[in-house]
Design a binder for this molecule. Structure first.
Ligand SMILES: [Zn+2]
Length: 131
């Protein structure tokens, strides 16, 4: 039986992080519908399971690998943005954050220094702010 399964999966994509996430999300969609009897989420859940199975059994490995790469890129982008926001919240006690009027990059300036002249390190624009 195990050998037959191994034989069946040969040349197929298998699973990855995207499939794992879609499996969890599909369960999140399906399980509450046993109580609420909402059919919309059940349909979404089964569609996700269907797509997960399609990806697992797919023999077009390069296409699945591209989907995985796009998923990981998006995931990393979200995690990086989350980290940056978290860091900014932690630093809010000691720093003020301004946007450069020219290039719109965010700049960090120490708090309670009075009126300061800020030079943007990216485009060298000068502007004054009270910290
Ligand atoms: Zn600038």
């Amino acid at each position: 039986m195990k050998q037959k399964f191994i034989e069946f999966m040969r040349g197929r994509y298998g699973t990855d992080e995207l499939n794992q996430l879609m499996s969890i999300v599909s369960l999140v969609f399906i399980i509450p519908t046993f109580i609420t009897k909402q059919s919309l989420f059940v349909v979404l859940g089964y569609m996700l399971i269907g797509y997960t199975l399609f990806r697992m059994l797919s023999k077009d490995i390069p296409a699945r690998a591209r989907e995985r790469a796009a998923f990981l890129q998006l995931k990393n982008k979200i995690l990086r943005k989350n980290n940056a926001t978290k860091q900014k919240i932690e630093q809010r006690k000691d720093y003020k954050f301004y946007r450069c009027p020219n290039c719109k990059k965010e700049l960090r300036v120490p708090k309670k220094k009075g009126k300061v002249r800020i030079t943007c390190p990216h485009c060298k624009t000068n502007f004054e702010k009270k910290t």
